[in-house]
Design a protein around this ligand. Structure first.
Ligand code: PMP
Length: 358
């Protein structure tokens, strides 16, 4: 088996042990005589998998009982509409804009409701996290932010303090990278294809009192209560994705839990940021105090060398380092399942490349 280092922003690297278990389970799941992709979503073995996903997630993040875990589809992008449809309640959605994903979330809500931008760091190309405030006259039903900005490589180190206004978070690219205090949030959503599993599901963690604001008025698959009242089994869910996500959560437990994962993630990011900070050969995109642990974005001061950098990295078994098309440069995405060795190898390659070109 020759697996190379996968720095892709998502779909992204998964733990090898999970892939191996999946390969086996696809042919025969436990002693059922059926492959996991071939079982009814109403069968006991599948319901056990779904229950286990929810209880492992609840325990890893210490999710209080007055929050419900929903498994939806349509990606985080669908939540850009589903959140305002369910939560606006005729009032206004407040948005903190720290990158293109939060801009898209705000633009979507604006298509059918009132929104207000509370702060934006667009004027400095989203290198920093925005200062924000709540205009006095506004009547906000929630405040939305994106905890980690996958494209620009910035990340909130702490949650915005929104007082009594429910905080809504798109945590697609950093959920489970460390412990968080779920009580600070009204709703958290994340699509699975970064830290959680393969693409195809979206996890929503929602405080129960927010669930029923628009009950009965929305298309059935866009209404949170459809999911909460059926244990996310109103229709056929992405069973294979749910199986793999449950296995990824078990893997996090086996690794020692979110404390161990968070420390490892911190070290991985430091390996790479240290090289960026060594001298002027590399330029980090994000300002230091806004840097993401998950996605490290940088350019070469001599941008003509970037093609060569990427080609050499690829030849050394490091893939997925090309930056997002809207920003260019490089992006090293280092989600939970990326081994620390991969970050060390990237840092070593960056030093070596620099030494050959100064
Ligand atoms: N939000 C963030 C922070 C993301 O990184 C992404 C995708 N990379 C999305 C939303 C969109 O997710 P999806 O493709 O699952 O709709």
């Amino acid at each position: 088996m020759t697996r190379i280092h996968n720095f892709s922003a998502g779909p992204a690297v998964l733990p090898v042990s999970v892939l191996q278990q999946t390969a086996k389970a696809v042919v025969e799941y436990q002693d059922t005589g059926l492959g996991v992709l071939e079982m009814s979503h109403r069968s006991q073995p599948f319901e056990d998998i779904l229950d286990s996903l929810q209880s492992r997630l609840r325990s890893l993040l210490d999710i209080p009982i007055d929050y419900t875990i929903l498994v939806c589809t349509g990606g985080a992008t669908q939540q850009f509409s589903v959140v305002p449809l369910n939560l606006l309640g005729g009032k206004t959605g407040g948005y903190i804009l720290s990158g293109s994903w939060s801009e898209k979330a705000e633009a979507e809500a604006r298509r059918f409701g009132n929104t207000v931008v509370l702060g934006s760091s667009k004027e400095n190309s989203f290198r920093s996290l925005p200062a924000w405030n709540i205009p006095e006259s506004s009547d906000l039903s929630y405040i939305h932010f994106t905890s980690n900005n996958t494209i620009y490589g910035t990340q909130f180190k702490a949650e915005p303090d929104t007082g009594d206004i429910p905080l809504v978070c798109d945590a697609s690219s950093d959920l489970l990278h460390r412990r968080i205090d779920v009580r600070k949030y009204g709703l958290i959503y994340a699509s699975t294809q970064k830290n959680l599993g393969p693409a195809g599901a979206t996890i929503v963690i929602v405080r129960n009192d927010l669930l029923e604001r628009e009950k009965g008025t929305l298309p059935i698959m866009l209404d949170y209560t459809t999911y909460s009242s059926t244990n996310s089994l109103y229709n056929t869910p992405p069973t294979g994705v749910i199986y793999m996500t449950e296995r990824v959560l078990a893997w996090i437990e086996e690794e020692g839990g979110l404390g161990v994962i968070a420390e490892r993630n911190q070290r991985k990011a430091e390996h790479v940021y240290r090289v960026i900070d060594d001298d002027d050969f590399y330029q980090g995109h994000a300002e230091r105090d806004a840097r993401s642990i998950m996605n490290v974005t940088f350019t070469l001061t001599n941008r003509e060398l970037e093609k060569q950098f990427l080609a050499e990295a690829e030849a050394r078994g490091m893939s997925g380092l090309k930056g997002h098309r809207s920003l260019g440069g490089m992006r090293a995405s280092m989600y939970n399942a990326l081994p620390e060795q991969a970050a060390q190898d990237l840092a070593e390659f960056m030093r070596d490349f620099r030494d050959r070109h100064v």
